[in-house]
Design a protein around this ligand. Structure first.
Ligand SMILES: Nc1ncnc2c1ncn2[C@@H]1O[C@H](COP(=O)(O)OP(=O)(O)OP(=O)(O)O)[C@@H](O)[C@H]1O
Ligand SMILES: [Mg+2]
Length: 257
């Protein structure tokens, strides 16, 4: 009895995400189309996992399922120790509060300043005290100390993306899901963003799952998974990934910037 409790608590603490035999379908009846097939995946705490794969292979769909933004139909999907399959919508919302999302389209409110955009995320947790100073702190960490009172229209693409990242990180989520976070950034800003994410994973034990096509940032990953036609085709360490792919197309040196 004690032993099984111990084992349970071990599995509970070791993984942020555990997926078993997950299938996912879009549409109904004749239009029903399967987009994810028999996905099995574990994401341990503190790991940075990059997900790559062709357009339309199901990467965003998988990310939104893990993020409790869609209802899961079959299989098992445990996120931060909660089984999402069969969970009520209200409970999904609760799980979502512990996840930081960074999307390619940054979805900032144009009428609010950088700080106010970040403060909104804090308000979602019904925490009103110190919200300004918390927002300014995280924006400062992201190099935006002198831009906290600017509205998005007066910020560059990279700066807007960093505000979106600040908003995703301000509540210290255990799990961070990012969909092409560097796609709109130049090389230098993209590098800054992933270096910051790497620091968070290492120092604070956050789990990060990041979709990217950006070969320039693969080196931050502990692991690289590839989705092809809705199936998890490979799951490798960075070194194995580099070795397994055409060395001419994927020169190891291009990852080190
Ligand atoms: N709301 C939807 N309704 C029906 N089909 C959808 C919907 N969203 C996505 N799909 C389909 O599901 C499949 C997977 O889409 P998804 O957006 O997950 O791909 P992706 O790997 O993120 O692609 P990309 O790299 O282009 O972003 C595609 O065939 C897409 O057309
Ligand atoms: Mg996508």
């Amino acid at each position: 009895m004690v032993r099984s409790t111990l084992l349970n608590s071990m599995t509970e603490t070791d993984h942020s995400v555990q997926i078993r035999q997950l299938n996912y379908f879009f549409g109904q009846a004749d239009l029903r189309k399967q987009v994810l097939f028999d996905i099995n995946l574990d994401l341990p705490k503190g790991q940075i996992v990059i997900m790559t794969g062709p357009s339309g292979s199901g990467k965003t769909t998988l990310l939104t399922l893990i993020g409790a933004l869609r209802t899961v139909q079959s299989g098992s999907l445990k996120v931060l120790n909660h089984e999402l399959v069969g969970m009520r919508k209200a409970d999904l919302v609760e799980v979502r509060r512990n996840i930081g999302f960074i999307f390619q389209a940054h979805n900032l409110f144009e009428s609010l300043t950088a700080s106010q955009n970040v403060e909104m995320a804090i308000e979602l947790l019904n925490e009103w005290g110190n919200k300004r100073s918390k927002a300014v702190d995280v924006l400062t960490q992201l190099g935006l100390a002198d831009r906290v009172d600017y509205k998005p229209a007066a910020l560059s693409g990279g700066q807007k993306q960093r505000v979106a990242i600040a908003r995703a990180l301000v509540n210290h989520p255990a799990l961070i899901l990012a969909d092409e976070p560097t796609a709109a950034l130049d090389k230098k800003s993209g590098r800054e963003v992933v270096t910051l994410m790497q620091k968070l994973a290492q120092q604070e034990g956050r789990t990060i799952l990041m979709v990217t096509h950006d070969n320039r940032i693969l080196d931050v990953a502990d692991r690289i998974i590839t989705l092809v036609d809705g199936r998890l085709e490979t799951d490798e360490t960075l070194d194995n990934f580099v070795e397994a792919h055409d060395p001419k197309a994927l020169d190891r040196r291009m990852f080190i910037m």
